[in-house]
Design a protein around this ligand. Structure first.
Ligand SMILES: Cc1cc2nc3c(=O)[nH]c(=O)nc-3n(C[C@H](O)[C@H](O)[C@H](O)COP(=O)(O)OP(=O)(O)OC[C@H]3O[C@@H](n4cnc5c(N)ncnc54)[C@H](O)[C@@H]3O)c2cc1C
Ligand code: SF4
Ligand code: SF4
Length: 397
């Protein structure tokens, strides 16, 4: 474990280190620096002390010899609204391929309360076993306790690969875990493969605004950690006859957590369920005015779909960020995606081009969106969409 302490004999209380700490974890009392519990062991203060009065012991780095003791592929079994999040099932599908190439087991890590049925779902979607920690204090996701337990499990069982969904939970958990165990993390991967010779994970993700794909490796540390957005990978169909083991590892459940969840507002996860929607109707700047969003919403309602938006519409304040589709918004893969008055910038395409069918409505016949569209309608969105609404209404009753 990393550790930090003030060498009191050397400290003169000059306070230089206070400004160097980004977490406000240092104060000077009786002319001596004191580091409190806010310290994250980042090490940023060490070089600020001209008298070498800050003794910082880094986490031991894993040596190459140790790397071979790390075995197995793990997927974080995220629980959302009482069920396994679809991204976890997708990652199990991808994890199966990786584990078969490496000839190692595929495990899911499941934290929560009364989650055994979810463990069975994870097995039916490809997990060989599930590390399940079932405890009332884990009922609701908590960054601190989930990180603490995940780190304990990694230190004990040493997986070589850990995959998490690039969801709100996964994006909070993955960096905390990776920094605690001093390993790398590649966020928002779109492709995962095993290097056949070195048996290491090749993690591919868009870089430089989506203009090139970068393949990132983590050769010297373990586990190799990646997050992947929902709908990028494909889940295996559920096989209820699949057998797997539910393991109940002994861990220390953290008792003192700084942040306590007092209430979960479910409307956010239920209403803007873009990543799960089969049909998405998205609005772009071409709708011209925020009041025209109701035309888009109407089409979404008639089709039982969700409303998405381009960043231009979000930045203009016409709709909340939770609706944004694209590189800096959500990645979606519905059966049908309507792009209404959206130009088709590369950053937007990064979030929706894997949709099964793309229907683009744009008054400019040269708009780039038509290059990825399955069907294109050249016309005014405010004329075309109401016609679609009335046609679908009459056909669907
Ligand atoms: C780092 C970075 C990250 C980004 N992330 C994202 C992201 O996550 N998601 C995203 O969407 N963008 C993102 N962007 C912004 C992106 O580059 C575009 O600016 C944005 O997608 C444009 O939105 P738009 O297509 O709605 O608007 P515009 O580009 O202005 O296009 C409007 C379209 O509507 C058409 N139109 C106009 N009037 C009508 C009408 N009456 N009927 C029919 N068509 C009409 C026009 O012909 C035009 O094609 C990002 C940019 C950067 C630099
Ligand atoms: S910079 Fe060094 S000497 Fe000055 S207060 Fe901090 S620890 Fe003490
Ligand atoms: S290690 Fe980082 S968090 Fe801890 S006292 Fe130093 S600067 Fe602050």
């Amino acid at each position: 474990m990393a550790n930090i302490k003030i060498v009191v004999e050397k400290c003169v209380g000059c306070k230089l280190c206070i400004g160097a700490c980004p977490f406000g974890a240092i104060k000077v009392e009786d002319k001596k620096a004191v580091i409190d519990e806010k310290c994250t062991l980042c090490g940023a203060c060490v070089s600020s002390c001209k008298l070498s009065a800050i003794d910082f012991q880094k986490e031991e780095t894993i040596t190459m010899d140790d790397l071979s003791s790390y075995k197995g592929v793990w997927v974080f079994g995220e629980v959302k609204c009482g069920t396994a999040a679809s991204v976890s099932l997708e990652l199990l599908g991808e994890g199966r391929k990786l584990s078969e190439q490496l000839k190692v087991p595929l495990s899911a890590v499941l934290l929560g309360e009364n989650v055994e049925p979810i463990a069975n779902t994870l097995i039916s979607h490809g997990a060989d076993n599930v590390f399940m920690v079932d405890h009332p204090s884990l009922k609701i996701f908590n960054d601190e306790s989930y990180t603490d337990i995940f780190v304990q499990l990694i230190q004990k069982y040493k997986p070589e690969i850990v995959l998490m969904g690039a969801t709100t939970y996964g994006r909070s958990l993955a960096p905390r875990v990776s920094s605690r165990i001093n390993t790398g993390l590649t966020a928002d991967c779109t492709g995962l493969e095993i290097d056949p010779e070195r048996k290491i994970l090749l993690q591919t993700r868009p870089a430089f605004g989506g203009n090139l794909m970068a393949t990132i490796i983590c050769p010297n540390h373990r586990p190799q950690m990646s997050t992947v957005r929902p709908k990028v990978m494909k889940a295996l169909p559920a096989d209820p006859t699949r057998m797997g083991e539910i393991l109940r590892p002994e861990v220390v459940i953290p008792q003192e957590v700084k942040v306590k969840v007092s209430q979960v507002v479910s409307s956010v996860c239920e209403m803007v369920n873009l990543t799960e929607a089969d049909i998405i109707v998205s609005a772009g700047r071409g709708i011209g005015d925020p009041k025209n969003l109701k035309v888009i919403e109407e089409l979404a309602v008639v089709l039982g779909g969700a409303v998405g938006a381009s960043r231009a519409v979000v930045d203009a304040g016409w709709i909340e960020y939770s609706h944004q589709v694209g590189q800096t918004g959500k990645t979606v893969g519905p059966k049908v995606y309507f792009a209404c008055g959206i130009s088709g910038a590369i950053q937007h395409l990064a979030g929706m081009s894997s949709s099964d069918t793309i229907i683009a409505i744009n008054k400019n016949p040269d708009a780039p969106i038509f290059k990825v569209a399955t069907f294109g309608i050249v016309g005014d969105v405010l004329e075309v969409v109401p016609q679609l609404v009335s046609e679908f209404k009459s056909r669907l009753g």
